[in-house]
Structures are given as structure tokens and as C-alpha cells.
Design a protein around this ligand. Structure first.
Ligand SMILES: [Zn+2]
Length: 481
């Protein structure tokens, strides 16, 4: 079968060789949308720690794929060795072995394969923020699963996907949300769910860092999720978990993203911009602003599917077939209301939803619904008063929908209180802007915006919005009843 060589000694076109490798990673099967070609990639590692990419195409995936098991050792001979075009390289590995149905692949029974010599470079959770929303930047992380959610369907741009979310924690004690998509929910997601009471350790490779209620992690097509791989770092983390198990419950009880992500954020030097510079072409923007909604007349909630939160005409508490989940779900009130964000440059209206919205108020969406149905105003005097002296760091994104007037709307993705500037909050707000928001509160029935003010156009937008929303609210009410 040829000379026994190390991975680094095997060159393109070389024939008559044998190597002993361990399967470190086995990726999901991929297919090109334009052709019917399918492929599956592997990462093989030898006893020196050198790596090479293994590739199976089409029929070989069925025939050879199941033979090559994760973490097992094999003797491979005479695979076709080719250089890989840059866009097909994994981890910058320049060579690939094409494993066909003719390639000799023999499993080696290992007497002791308890700990494998894999090497990983993990990114600490606190160092993740600079990679956020950068499609071509990938990270490897290690973490213990401390919470498992169920698989949920997501519909976006007429495409359906499946997502399953997990909370990971490591020695930093900074929980982070990991989303597994599609194929990953069927394989790795299922294994993790089965192991959830045993705190499985995941090594996640080639993840994207995304902005989702702070910083979160998300799989790509070429990601790999190793569940409890037999490597030293995993054992180490398991030992640490056994000593710290008690504190995991506490991490879960707290509102994790609200508590943890601001710390991550502060270390990331995200750029805070002035409200006057917020533009819809920017995917996400961070602003530092005061929040007020005293002057906006609105219904504070909508009726939605309890699972996917899409709006429904179903009555509260009834079970209906959700058109988005395609499952029987309950109708439940969810917060949605508009707030004005004001800094020293301008004022902008944005919508806030769900738990994030609830954290601004002192009661639940269900209670808000009850007030609404009794035709009673929400008792918000204290909330409004307290908001005047609070300053928030807010992440905004342009909303997909526009309001009735065709104005670009914004959604608050995430916010937290900026405790560092509590005292300066009132001073930093522009006095003119401040007057405007108070002024509107006093002139609710009129459609006239104050003249000659810095943000009079914005004020008009808000008034338009306000009337649209009142109408919306009435429409919804009539449907509800
Ligand atoms: Zn639904």
C-alpha cells in the first residue's frame, strides 16, 4: 500500500502512500444551488498534529461517509491529493484528499483513544464583540450547555428555517446564546437535547458572531459542533462545571442577556453615534439616549402567537392554527410600543417589543391588556418621571416595514442603562429637544408641530405615527371584540 507518511509529506498527485489519521471534524453535507453536486468535508489530523481536508462527492458520501466516524483512527491509502481553491479551503488548509469509493480506508482499533491530540484556538467570550455581524469572520469557542430551548421554525424572505437556541457558559461565567440552524438542529441539536441534564461540553468551530439581544453565536454551513469530544480542554471544563454547577442555576434565573451582554459590549468599544446620524442603510446602530413615551398615545400590546409572536386576530387565550408556525398555538398579548429616543442632536421614534419592552414598565403585557379592555389608562406616571433621569445605551435596527406615512421605522434590538452617565443625563440632553417632548405632551390633539425647532420634522413624524397607531389600535380592538 506504499510508504507510511505524515500528512505534511503527502503532495498533490502523489501515488502509493499510506497515512494514519484521526477524524477531527465531519461537516454536514453541502450542495451547490446551481448544480446537483453534493459534497461532504472532513478534517483529518495525524499524530504530529498536522491537518488535511478530506472531501467526499456525491455517491462517495453515501458509500464512504458512514465509514468515517468522528474521533476514530484510520489508515488511508492513495486518496487523490489535490490543491484546494481558496474558497474551498477549510481553516486555510491548502491540500485536500478526495476520498472516492476506490480509496482504501481501514479503521484502526485503538486500545487507548481516551484523549485525542486535537488542538484548538478558542476565542474568549469577552473578545467576541469585535467580530459581530462580520460575515467573513469566524470564531471557535468552547462552552458548557446550561440551557436548551426547543426547535422553532423561522420564516424570513419566503424561506423557512429551523433554529434551536442554547445558552453556553465557560470559566468566564458570561453566558452566551448559541443558535443552531437547520441541519444542525437535526443532528447535533438532537444529541445536545438528549444530554441536556448532564451539562454537555461543546466545541464549536467556524461560528459567526451576531448581534441578537447583545452578542450571540450562530452556525454557518461550514460550522462544526463537537459534542463532548474526547479532548483535554473538555475534561477540564467538565471538572470546572462539577465544582460550579450550583451557580449555573443563578445565571439562568437572572435575565441573562440583560445582565451579561452589557459587560461584553463595554469591552468591545462599539461605536456610539449621534441620533442625527442614524440611517436605515446601517444594519445596526448604537446610540446613547433618553427614552420617553409620555406624549405618544398608543395601545401597548398586540395579540400574537405565543411561540413565534406573529400577529393574530385570534382572541386572547384561544388556541388557533398559527399561519407562521403551522401548529396549534395560543394567542397571547405581547408588548409593542413606540418610544422617543433623544440625545443632544435629535429625536428618533423606535418600537420596542416583548421582554425588552416590559423591562421599561412595571407590569406585564397581560396586565396592560386588562387595563386597555377596561378602557383605563396605564398607570405610568412614575415610569415617565423616572425615565427623565435615566440614560440608555441602545442598539437600533431599521424595521422592515414602514409606517402609514412611508417613514422609515426603527426597532430597538437591545438596550441597557448607562449607569456611568446617570448624573449627566439631564445636562447632556439638548434643552430645545427636551422642551419639544414636553410640548407634545401638552398638545396631543393638535396636528401642529412646534415651529423653528431643531427636530420639527421628526416631531411631525411622531404625530403622524401617533394617529396611525391610534387607528390601528382601534382596528385591533374591534377585531378583538
Ligand atoms: Zn406562530
Amino acid at each position: 500500500m506504499g510508504d507510511l507518511l505524515f500528512i505534511d509529506d503527502i503532495k498533490p498527485g502523489m501515488k502509493s502512500w499510506t497515512a494514519i489519521i484521526t477524524v477531527q471534524e465531519k461537516l454536514n453535507v453541502c450542495s451547490a444551488p446551481s448544480t446537483s453536486t453534493k459534497w461532504q468535508k472532513f478534517i483529518f489530523v495525524d499524530s504530529k498534529g498536522s491537518k488535511v481536508q478530506g472531501v467526499l462527492f456525491d455517491y462517495a458520501i453515501q458509500k464512504m461517509g458512514p465509514k468515517l466516524k468522528l474521533y476514530k483512527k484510520y489508515r488511508i491509502s492513495n486518496a487523490e491529493v489535490r490543491s484546494a481553491a481558496e474558497r474551498f479551503q477549510l481553516d486555510g488548509l491548502k491540500l485536500q484528499w478526495i476520498i472516492s469509493t476506490k480509496t482504501i480506508v481501514e479503521e484502526i482499533d485503538e486500545a487507548d483513544s481516551s484523549v485525542l491530540p486535537f488542538h484548538f484556538d478558542f476565542t474568549a467570550y469577552k473578545d467576541l464583540p469585535p467580530y459581530a455581524d462580520m460575515k467573513y469572520e469566524i470564531v471557535d469557542v468552547i462552552g458548557i450547555v446550561i440551557h436548551v430551548s426547543s426547535v422553532i421554525p423561522v420564516h424570513k424572505d419566503s424561506r423557512s428555517s429551523l433554529v434551536q437556541k442554547f445558552w453556553l457558559v465557560n470559566e468566564e461565567m458570561n453566558p452566551i446564546l448559541l443558535s443552531l440552524w437547520n441541519e444542525f438542529t437535526k443532528n447535533e441539536g438532537k444529541s445536545i437535547t438528549e444530554l441536556k441534564d448532564k451539562y454537555p461540553v461543546l466545541i464549536c468551530r467556524r461560528l459567526n458572531v451576531v448581534m441578537y439581544n447583545g452578542i450571540a453565536l450562530s452556525t454557518r454551513n461550514d460550522s462544526v459542533i463537537l459534542v463532548n469530544p474526547p479532548v483535554r480542554e473538555v475534561n477540564q471544563l467538565k471538572h470546572w462545571a462539577a465544582r460550579n454547577e450550583k451557580s449555573f442555576a443563578g445565571l439562568l434565573e437572572d435575565n441573562m442577556h440583560a445582565k451579561q451582554s452589557p459587560q461584553l459590549f463595554h469591552q468591545s468599544h462599539q461605536k456610539i453615534i449621534s441620533i442625527i446620524d442614524v440611517v436605515p442603510t446601517q444594519k445596526v446602530s448604537w446610540v446613547k439616549a433618553q427614552v420617553s413615551f409620555k406624549h405618544i398615545i398608543q395601545k401597548y400590546y398586540y395579540m400574537g402567537c405565543i411561540k413565534c409572536h406573529r400577529m393574530t386576530a385570534a382572541n386572547f387565550g384561544t388556541t388557533f392554527t398559527c399561519n407562521h408556525c403551522n401548529e396549534k398555538q395560543q394567542a397571547s398579548p405581547r408588548y409593542r410600543f413606540d418610544v422617543d429616543l433623544t440625545d443632544h442632536t435629535d429625536t428618533l421614534t423606535a418600537s420596542v417589543f416583548g421582554d425588552l419592552a416590559e423591562s421599561l414598565l412595571t407590569f406585564t403585557a397581560l396586565e396592560a391588556m386588562n387595563y386597555h379592555e377596561e378602557n383605563t389608562e396605564l398607570p405610568l406616571e412614575k415610569v415617565h418621571q423616572e425615565l427623565q433621569s435615566r440614560m440608555f445605551i441602545i442598539q437600533l435596527k431599521p424595521a422592515a416595514t414602514r409606517d402609514g406615512g412611508g417613514h422609515q421605522r426603527y426597532t430597538i434590538v437591545y438596550f441597557f442603562e448607562d449607569s456611568s452617565s446617570e448624573e449627566s443625563a439631564n445636562k447632556s440632553a439638548h434643552p430645545d429637544v427636551h422642551t419639544i417632548s414636553l410640548g407634545i405632551g401638552n398638545t396631543v390633539p393638535t396636528n401642529a408641530a412646534p415651529e423653528n425647532q431643531v427636530s420639527s420634522s421628526k416631531v411631525r413624524i411622531r404625530l403622524d405615527t401617533k394617529f396611525d397607531q391610534s387607528e390601528d389600535a382601534n382596528d385591533n380592538t374591534s377585531k378583538d371584540e
